[in-house]
Design a protein around this ligand. Sequence first.
Ligand code: SF4
Ligand code: SF4
Length: 152
Amino acid sequence: MDQEIEKQFWELKGLGEMTKAEWEALCDGCGRCCLLKLEDEDTSEIYLTRLSCRLLEIGTCRCSDYEKRHELVDDCLTIDQEKVKTLSWLPKTCAYRRLSEGRGLAWWHPLVSGDPKTVHQAGISVRGWARPETTARVEELERYIIDDFDDD
Ligand code: SF4
Ligand code: SF4
């Protein structure tokens, strides 16, 4: 006998239809969007670094003051369904980008696996290799540039 598989909210709703709680739950906790980016003033090209925002707890890959993040960090962006389409630096693995592009959530996403550790185990999060921006000297920032993520 065929068993009907119950669909989850991210499979049933578009990004614009999510409740605030659903939207927040979609974040996989990778911390990739909290890495410092450098912009070339001449070309506007954006370079990713391994330096993490001073509020990011690298061990958990979570913001240490999520409620007050915009007061504390000027360039902390709120991602919404429109920005997802235009932020070129948003990693291809990002849950919001994946859903916006119709790619669904990956097996390692905590909502799919039921385990918040899988985003780390799959090597998606910045745990283990990001470095706090506060430890880097401003004149040396370029040394921390990394290749763009090529996973999706
Ligand atoms: S890249 Fe996307 S999924 Fe990962 S922490 Fe940022 S908003 Fe969340
Ligand atoms: S303030 Fe928090 S959410 Fe914003 S970039 Fe920094 S760590 Fe990430």
